[in-house]
Design a binder for this molecule. Structure first.
Ligand code: ADQ
Length: 463
């Protein structure tokens, strides 16, 4: 029987008997548990050059976790360099923030090859390889070069940009040729899939095949749309469990209204624009002063990348300025928390808020938007204000959809959301839940795994 081999940059930190941290990790774990399988990734350790690349094994029930260490050079070129300083901004349409270096691209390919070599040593010919995300776009090519004929699929968690945006990255042709060594490439939305196909048709002479297949570079690849979801029942159960932080937050609000935003500290999440929109809201709707508070939770991420350090400094200054301008003796408009929360504490916080404010400039999906909806009380739900440029907006059309660059538009949506009658809130919430129950985390996982294994699946529309 074929096993599933999941490959991602990092293997989620897992301890036996403990619940896994994020929904995604839990979803992947479930898939592995069902079939038994392997999860492969970087250990998070940086070691001297000679000691890098050795795979270490840890058994976790029916799952085997394999990790490798990286050298400083590997880390700088592959992770910090090409993946996070070139690919991440380019995939999120932030071309002005992208920095390109051919040496780093070579380093990225070298680490993909290092992964491939270690996986090739573990994989039986019938095993199926499921790679995740923008760190591993060259993995299939490296595995083919290592002599593996396995079925291989990649799910891209980020957006896929319009061809003209991708082409600002000098190695686009090499990267796309390499990526097309996968058998199945999955995207979050139809827009991402269409952009990918558009590039291949225009720039590489691809022909459309049957369904969503493409003939390119002398082979046939399949593509598909697999919107990632959350486990609605689990999120609601977590939101309802007693939690100290949520009780404290509720008490501190004293009957005033709460807007909540939760993000990794990342320029793609639109935090600067969001702070500005909240300021505009306080300017344009004076009755909100002394009443509405925005709680922004944003733990630092990738803090050894320069642009991430800059955004952190900038946001701290902006939060201070806005609070200085509007705060009253007994009311602080913006609470900015520079730290993460455990899931068990975070889900109940969503349930305290009247508005979920999710305004990324670009986002593959954005699970926070879905978690916020799932955490709400269906009898008295909060309102989701959602960026049109989050993948989630393709499904969550009953949210108040905004343009994250339009301060006035966001301010108006906040006013509308806070004033919305319960009947309309319940109706919109029921709509959102219906879509989310259908496109659940389990369905995302099962559809991708089944398509990769080549089993027949009906084409199911996204909504
Ligand atoms: P991310 O960019 O990390 O993920 P997102 O999907 O919003 O973005 O969040 C992932 C998870 O991290 C969520 O479960 C959330 O609860 C948690 N999280 C975020 N901020 C947190 C905080 N401050 N404290 C604690 N937990 C926090 C990438 C892509 C997304 C895509 C996902 C999954 O960038 O577009 O939705 O992968 O495919």
């Amino acid at each position: 029987m074929s096993r599933l081999i999941v490959v991602s940059n990092r293997v989620a930190p897992i301890t036996e008997g403990q619940p896994t941290a994020g929904g995604l990790a839990a979803g992947v774990m479930d898939a592995l548990k069902e079939k038994g399988g392997i999860w492969f990734g970087w250990s998070g350790e940086i070691v001297p050059a000679g000691a890098a690349g050795e795979a270490r094994e840890q058994a976790l029930g029916p799952i085997r976790l394999f990790t490798v260490d990286l050298s400083r050079r590997d880390y700088d070129e592959y992770y910090r360099g090409f993946a996070n300083d070139t690919l991440w901004p380019t995939l999120h349409y932030q071309t002005a923030l992208a920095r390109f270096d051919w040496g780093e691209f070579a380093g990225y390919r070298r680490v993909n090859a290092l992964f491939a070599k270690a996986i090739a040593a573990l994989a039986a010919p019938e095993d199926i390889v499921w790679a995740h995300d923008y760190h591993l776009l060259c993995l299939a090519e490296a595995m083919r070069e290592a002599g593996c004929a396995n079925r291989m699929g990649l799910f891209l968690h980020t957006p896929f940009p319009a061809p003209q945006v991708l082409m600002t990255m000098p190695a686009h042709a090499e990267l796309m040729r390499s990526l097309c060594q996968f058998d199945l490439i999955g995207f979050q939305t139809d827009i991402d899939r269409a952009a990918f196909a558009d590039y291949l048709v225009r720039e590489a002479g691809a022909r459309q095949g049957r369904g969503q297949a493409l003939h390119v570079f002398g082979r046939e690849i399949r593509t598909g749309v697999y919107p990632i979801g959350v486990d609605v029942a689990e999120v609601r159960a977590q939101a309802l469990a007693p939690a100290r932080d949520a009780a404290q937050l509720r008490a501190s609000m004293g009957g005033r209204r709460l807007l909540i935003s939760v993000d990794r500290l990342d320029y793609s999440k639109g935090l600067r624009q969001r702070f500005a929109a909240f300021e505009r809201f306080l300017e344009d709707y004076p009755s909100a002063r002394g009443d509405a508070t925005l709680l922004q939770i944003a733990p630092p991420s990738r803090s050894d990348v320069q642009t991430y350090r800059e955004i952190r400094r900038e946001l701290e200054a902006e939060a201070g300025r806005i609070n200085g301008r509007f705060a009253e003796l007994d009311w602080m408009p913006l609470r900015y928390l520079n730290r993460g929360f455990a899931r068990a504490q975070l889900m109940p916080l969503y349930a305290v808020a009247q508005i979920g404010l999710v305004t990324p400039l670009r986002d593959g999906m954005n699970l926070v938007a879905k978690e916020f909806v799932a955490a709400q009380d269906p009898q008295d739900p909060g309102v989701l204000v959602l960026s049109q440029f989050a993948g989630a907006a393709r499904e969550l059309t009953a949210a108040l959809i905004v343009n994250p660059f339009d301060m006035t538009g966001i301010a108006r949506a906040l006013d509308r959301g806070l004033g919305m009658q319960r009947g309309e809130r319940m109706e919109r919430h029921a709509d959102l839940l219906r879509v989310m129950r259908r496109n659940s985390l389990a369905r995302w996982r099962d559809r991708f795994a089944a398509d990769l294994a080549g089993r027949k699946q009906g084409i199911v529309p996204v909504q």
